[in-house]
Structures are given as C-alpha cells and as structure tokens.
Design a protein around this ligand. Sequence first.
Ligand code: SF4
Ligand code: SF4
Length: 422
Amino acid sequence: MTGNEFLRGRVGLVAGTIFGSAAGPACAGAAQPSGSGAATCSSSSQQNLANWPALTLRPYQLLCMVCTLGEDPTGAKAGKLKPVIEQISRNPNTAITLRCNMREVFGFQTSGADEDTPEGSEFNKKRDLEILYRLQLPPGVTLPARILVNHLLGAISTVRDICGSEGAGSEAWKGCPKADKGYYEKGREIQLSLCERSCGMDYARAYAKEKASGKGTVVLVPPRSVEELAKAKKESLAAMYRAKETGIPVKPHTLMCAVCQYGRGIRPPCPNELYTVDGNSSYPCDNLPELLELVLKDTEVRIRLVEGAPWEICGPCPGWDAATQGCVHVLGHGGLTNQLRDLRMLRILGLRFGDTVNGQELYRLIFERIPSTLSVCHFPLGAQEDAFSVWTDGCGRRPVNNPFYEKGRKELMEKTRDVLND
Ligand code: SF4
Ligand code: SF4
C-alpha cells in the first residue's frame, strides 16, 4: 500500500487481523528524561504507589486551607494546616481521604470529634456535610488533592453561608470568626489564578506562578514551569521522531484529538512561540500536530497504542504529570474520562494496548469506524449536567459530533483523494 492509498483502500479490513499486530509490552514504556521522578511504567500492575502519599482530612480543613492562604498567601506559619499545605503544594497527587464525624450509614468512616473546632459538635457536622454536598461527594471519599482543590475552588465561592453566623438561631451556632473577613474569598481568587486547571491554559499561568513564587505565594496545584515546558517540547518531539520505526507510543483517543486539532486549523510547527504570555492563546502544546504530519508524509511510521500519557506525545502538554506519566487535564480529573475514551476506541477498532500498527492504516480504520466523536467522547450526565463530577468535561458534555472532528476527518480524507487525482 502506498502513502497515497492512505484512507482509501479497504485492504484487509477485517477486525483484529489487518495489522498483524505486534504485541508490545503492557507498559506504556514511554522514553522520557531520567531524573524526572516519574514512575517507569504505566501498567496497572506496576503502579508506583509512592506517587500518591496519603492524607486524611476533615472536609472543613480543605476550606480552612484556602482561608489561611487568603489571610497569608505565603502559607501557615504553624498548626496542623502548615504541613498539609506544604504536602499538597509539593505533591498535588497526594491522595486525600475526607472523613466526617458521622453515624448511621456512613459510620464506617467516622472521624470522631477529635479535630472539631470550638464552635460545637453540630456546627462541625453541618459544616462538613455542607461542603461535601456542594462538592457532590460522599463522606469517606478519597481523591487526589489536585482534583479536590480544583473542584473546591469551582464549587465554593464563599464560606459565609457555610461557616458564618448569619441566620443562626442561637449562640451555639455562631460560627467561625474568620468567615466574614473575606479570607477564603481572597485565597480562592489567588489560587484560581495560579493553580493548574486544564491543559488549555497556556504559558501565562506558568509565568504568573513563577512571578508569584518570587513573592513566596503558595500555589496548591502548581503548573509546570515555563522552562520545563519549553525543554519538554524539544526533547519529547525528538523522542517521537526517534520512535517512528519501532512504534510511537500514543494514547489511543488522542489520535482522534489530532483530527479535531486538524479541523481547527492547527498545523505544525507548534512551537512554544504559539503561546503568548498574556493569556490570549489557549491551545495546548502537545505533539499531535507533528504526529499527524509525520503519518501523512511517511508510509512507514508505526504507532504503538499505550496506556497512560506517553512522553513522546503528551510530554510538553501543561496537563501532563511527570510523576504518574498521566493526564491531569480538566481540574485534575481529565485522565479518568480519557482512559475510558481510550478503551471505547480500542473496542471499536478491535485493538488492544500494546498493539503496534502502521500509522496510515490505523487512521484509515479510525475514519472508517469512527465517523463521529459521540461513540468515544460523549459523557452525558443527564439531570446532573451542572454537578461537580469527575466524569465531565467540555468534550464529554457536547451532545453532537465535534464539528472540528467532522471537518478534520473530511479534510484529511479529501486531501488524500486530491493527491491521488493529481
Ligand atoms: S471531541 Fe474527543 S477527540 Fe475531539 S478533542 Fe475532544 S476528546 Fe479529543
Ligand atoms: S496529557 Fe492529557 S490533555 Fe495533554 S495531550 Fe496528553 S491526553 Fe491530551
């Protein structure tokens, strides 16, 4: 098959047999710079649990953490929250379990009253439940700090109606004296402007964080540094080109994202210069445009379908986490929906992780079997559409085929046809 037959031919289009798949290792095996502190393998059986140190907190302590950073953006100087803030900002993957002082059905996770603040037992219980209600989470839940912090910042804009005294029927419910001082609201504003929230946030955030760090401002979910992103773009791209014969590791559904990007008009080179420092640019700097260009030009390029977010493609993305080699896009939870997207896509294509396939044949199969993003990307939440869920993101909420995928798929198929007719 020649390069120009790409997307046209139906040669060997039999599920599971067309590529003579070479089974690769279960591990994503993405080559990446040494010394990054990253896990060496993305296989579920080989996850390095040291990447997720554990911490147990009461829900109200999450709020107090933001309040503390509003009162003093450089962090707590003493007390229980000092090491908590330090731990989270040092490692936002820290797995936090939220326990409350509860009986009945959630008695199994009870925290007891040991860490109640002085406002009384009922106040403490109510405050914890009000917070969990707004986060739409149950008592006892465990989540990475980066997800909890980002969801908290989005879901709770003020603590006045959670911790304050307004409407209280007696002294017993007088609330926390800091609730009306605006500390939480100020801390939230600062953290919202600095925390890494989605991969669409460009270098401006990294620059802002670096400026803030100069003043000692603590950032709970720090973005990757400007220097790191620029270095990663160069090195990961070189790694991608090096792997073109053996199989470029690719997270399956990102092959479709590459089509969406193409439909949006994104073309290589996609260097860091595409990003502005004033926040105007909003496109993530992954290596997908370069991958698609390579596949279009070179008939021999091979792609290895892997779990995790491989360095060769995701390395320069602001939503890539070096420690877990994972995707932390969309308030930290994008890696979850993306893993299901990967699996949905593999099922439709009849392929498995570790399969190494010819790039052009793979795209031909994708265009043949996946005319719409709905079958892979859609996550309808029904009545809970506005809820803070780890199962929602912009692409998942879209109830129709992504118009950029539709356009990109059409353009890529026509482009090939035009070349053939010349
Ligand atoms: S619609 Fe799907 S394929 Fe397109 S960018 Fe979103 S997740 Fe990727
Ligand atoms: S890290 Fe996530 S958002 Fe970034 S390119 Fe990879 S899959 Fe996409």
